[in-house]
Design a protein around this ligand. Structure first.
Ligand SMILES: [Zn+2]
Length: 313
């Protein structure tokens, strides 16, 4: 195949530029409709995703993106080598899509990766490179490394000059970047699932503005029990998140809010009166689905910590 590297590189660069722009506009979670729509390169519309996970727009000879569907909290797409594992399409190594990724690997072409964090919502990472091929008969996959944007332009030409040392440097840098992307994906997925469960409202005050909402942990994520699951989360507005973290506010295992006694006694302006003191004795908003409500054992543990903190005042 006569592969036109210059044409290919131009379209990829335009796709990445477009993605940068979309993330600036919409934040780092992009709706699928936007990616399906894509952008115009001259007269040709270039979508970034298609019905299959491995996607090649008509204008290119080799794939431009890989996509994973939203998954459960533990169904991790990362391998022990700290790189993303991307499953073959089907099991035939010679399927056109699998061959396409293999050729993208041989040509060291940058791709975009879209990670589904909720139905119809994706986090994008680019450039990513296919760096390994594992034709294991049971779960054949490629390994995929995320790189930083500064290495976009130099990947094709300098391979020979840098030699083995450069490749090792590449591997370490890519493993590092890939693991930071992994952390970010998990955080975003947690936020998305928690906000969805709470219908995008603060569990304490019902505020609905998503821009002001956080997914707070009941048990902090640094603790072994602080898992990024909805049952360990609360959707809280910025003020209530901070007040919860600083133990101004406690939540009993029966979902009733307590305000620390010294704070209750304070006389201050309307924010304290309405937004903090006014919550005392009210019940938090919980998800409709029982299985998504805050775990009462975790709440109880957290409430004990609140009581300890309250004793100091
Ligand atoms: Zn609030």
């Amino acid at each position: 195949m006569a592969f036109d590297r210059v044409h290919d590189a131009r379209i990829r660069a335009a796709a990445f530029e477009w993605l940068t722009d979309q993330v600036l506009r919409h934040g780092d979670v992009l709706p699928r409709s936007l990616l399906v729509q894509g952008f115009y390169f001259g007269d040709s519309r270039v979508p970034l995703v298609g019905p299959q996970g491995i996607f090649k727009p008509r204008i290119l000879e080799l794939p431009l993106s890989i996509t994973t569907a939203p998954e459960g909290p533990y169904n991790d797409a990362f391998g022990p080598d700290k790189l993303l594992r991307y499953r073959y399409r089907g099991t035939d190594p010679d399927h056109r899509d699998n061959r396409g990724l293999r050729e993208a690997m041989a040509n060291r072409l940058p791709l975009a990766y879209f990670h589904g964090i909720a139905p119809g919502r994706y986090m994008a990472a680019w450039p990513v490179f296919i760096v390994g091929d594992h034709p294991d008969p049971f779960s054949p996959s490629f390994s995929v490394a995320v790189d930083d944007k500064g290495h976009l332009g130099v990947v094709a030409e300098d391979r020979n000059e840098r030699g083995a040392v450069g490749e090792e440097g590449d591997t370490a840098r890519r493993q590092y970047i890939t693991s930071t992307v992994r952390v970010r994906l998990h955080q975003r997925a947690f936020r998305e699932r928690v906000l969805e469960a709470y219908r995008r409202q603060c569990a304490f005050c019902r505020l609905r503005h998503e821009e002001l909402l956080d997914a707070a942990h009941i048990i902090p994520d640094a603790s072994p029990e602080g898992e990024p699951v909805v049952q360990n989360g609360l959707a809280l507005c910025n003020l209530h998140h901070a007040a919860f973290d600083k133990f101004f506010i406690g939540v009993r295992p029966d979902y009733v809010i307590e305000i620390r006694p010294d704070i209750l006694r304070e006389g201050d302006g309307p924010t304290l009166r309405h937004a903090i003191q006014g919550l005392n004795g009210t019940s938090i908003l919980v998800p409709e689905r029982l299985s998504l409500r805050p775990d009462q054992a975790l709440l109880s543990k957290r409430y004990e910590r609140y009581r300890e903190a309250a004793r100091e005042y």
